[in-house]
Ligand binder design. Structure first.
Ligand code: SF4
Length: 163
């Protein structure tokens, strides 16, 4: 325990310095939420290869530390303001995604994270793919990339929290 405390004191804070707040999310359709400062996010993997999830984990890890901007992952859509959807939507995930969207209280926002969520990416045309996220539920913010960088993920979240 003492060793751990000594290491913590020696290393100090490792999060990157906070960059200037981005002006707005990438998609111009995203109106600011009626509240600011804090959003609760439910992540939905609709068919991702898991590459986007690795970057989400990094975005919420100690270096990029998305929580310091008021973004927090929650385990249920009932607690969420925002759905963070990754992957092309597979046939098996289309209905669960619709149900999750309906279970999220309004007002709510949807982020399509990664090229697969935006336009099916490398999985376009695959037999098990239903379509991009916007074919299933309304999308407010799109984040490009395969996968998007943690910086881009954090910037999109900051566009919604306003911090
Ligand atoms: S955008 Fe790239 S990393 Fe993300 S789910 Fe698709 S293939 Fe994987």
């Amino acid at each position: 325990m003492l060793r751990l405390l000594r290491t913590m004191l020696r290393v100090g804070r490792i999060a990157l310095p906070a960059p200037v707040a981005p002006p707005s999310p990438e998609a111009p359709t995203a109106e600011p939420l009626p509240w600011s400062g804090s959003i609760q996010i439910r992540h939905v993997d609709a068919g991702s290869c898991n590459g986007c999830e690795v970057e989400i984990a990094a975005a919420f890890g100690p270096v990029y530390d998305a929580e310091r901007y008021g973004a927090r992952l929650v385990p249920s859509p009932r607690h969420a303001d925002v759905l963070l959807v990754t992957g092309p939507v597979t046939r098996n995930m289309a209905d669960p995604l619709r149900i999750t969207y309906e279970a999220t209280p309004a007002p709510k926002r949807v982020i399509a994270l990664g090229d697969c969520a935006r336009n099916c990416g490398v999985f376009a045309g695959a037999y098990g793919v239903e379509g991009p996220v916007s074919d299933i539920i309304p999308v407010d913010v799109e984040v490009r990339g395969c996968p998007p960088s943690p910086e881009d993920i954090v910037a999109a979240l900051r566009g919604l929290t306003g911090r």
